[in-house]
Design a protein around this ligand. Sequence first.
Ligand SMILES: Nc1ncnc2c1ncn2[C@@H]1O[C@H](COP(=O)(O)OP(=O)(O)O)[C@@H](O)[C@H]1O
Ligand SMILES: CC(=O)OP(=O)(O)O
Ligand SMILES: [Mg+2]
Length: 400
Amino acid sequence: MNIFVVNSGSSSIKYQLFRWPAEQPICTGLVERLGLPDSVITHTVFGADEEAQQQQQLTLALPDHAAGLREVVQLLTAPKTGVIRDPADVRVIGHRVVHGGEKFAATTLIDAAVKAEIKRLFALAPLHNPANYLGIEVCEELFPQARQVAVFDTAFHQTMPEYAFRYALPAALYHEHGIRAYGFHGTSHKYVAGQAAAYLQNPAARLVTVHLGNGCSMAAVQAGRCLDTSMGFGPLSGLVMGTRSGDLDPSVIFHLVQQLGYSVDEVSALLNKRSGMLGLTGHSDMRDVGRAVAEGDTEATLALELYAYRIRKYLGAYAAVLGGLDAVVFTAGVGENDATVRRLACQGLAFLGVQVDEERNAVRSRELREISPAGAAVRVLVVPTNEELEIARQCAALLA
Ligand SMILES: Nc1ncnc2c1ncn2[C@@H]1O[C@H](COP(=O)(O)OP(=O)(O)O)[C@@H](O)[C@H]1O
Ligand SMILES: CC(=O)OP(=O)(O)O
Ligand SMILES: [Mg+2]
């Protein structure tokens, strides 16, 4: 059986096709710059052993997610270079859906009612849910024989206790309008927490998972259950991100609107798209920030300190939430690749038992690795995330 996984972001689509139950990736790819005249598809086909790869890159105008997915299906079924003969060879499609609200605490087979609920949640995740929804509709059209499954970013966080997910607002706003913290990146937090607990041979491990991609979030996880997470009602609170501000006193918003004349849409665009590392340094990509720091740019140096300081504060908070720590787990683009960020994020935490060994931290690898010194009280791990594999596993488990 083949399982196809679609991870539609606000301006990109990640996809992966697996042979199941072998969990063997057949091909993977990324569609970037959707909506621009020079969209790029990077499509990688794996050989019999996973290391043998063939990559092709296409630059073309893709106006939207529908056009992007259609092109991907062309690549999958191309007569010479394709990996399947017919769309009917794909029996299951797993979709990352960012916001599942309170209704969806588990992976769900998609039907008309589920689609309606995903649509109702557009207002809560305007950058993500519409793209996820479009991905579902296009796949229904292109793969009419396949079963479509939704895996929600919010689902893993549904175990948070009420005192952790509620805001101190009038209760009616929660009961009548669902205003509470939901948390995001749950598929990634769940996957890396599982990998870490298996590596530590401790199913009850108290873990802080630190997902640092374009969007960034942390979670306090005990025995595989989420107790708290840094994102809230939407994917905007908590850590400093590529273009999002993270935590901010809400009074700033009133000031922007009342004193500086911002419209609500302008505030939203500011906090979601023009803040974070981009706002502080002019660069949203941590590699560019790193280069600016190396060239002695003092604003970039400050931004990096601010980024790491925010992670450190949450590490301290989550040590308190968990009543102690067994491991800290770094993951996603920045967490897996940026040794400087990991070092700064753990700096000064030796009193908690958290330490990073310079030599181990400098090792570059795509494997799970330990970067704390031998015998450390708290293990610090780098665990590559694989949201697509986790989504495929959840689809397989649902349909078993
Ligand atoms: N070698 C690297 N060093 C530092 N940062 C990196 C490196 N490779 C990727 N990144 C960072 O990872 C980010 C993307 O992470 P990723 O997990 O793919 O994000 P998303 O899924 O949110 O798009 C990039 O913006 C970049 O800052
Ligand atoms: C929910 C979220 O922030 O996702 P991403 O990091 O993919 O933007
Ligand atoms: Mg991501």
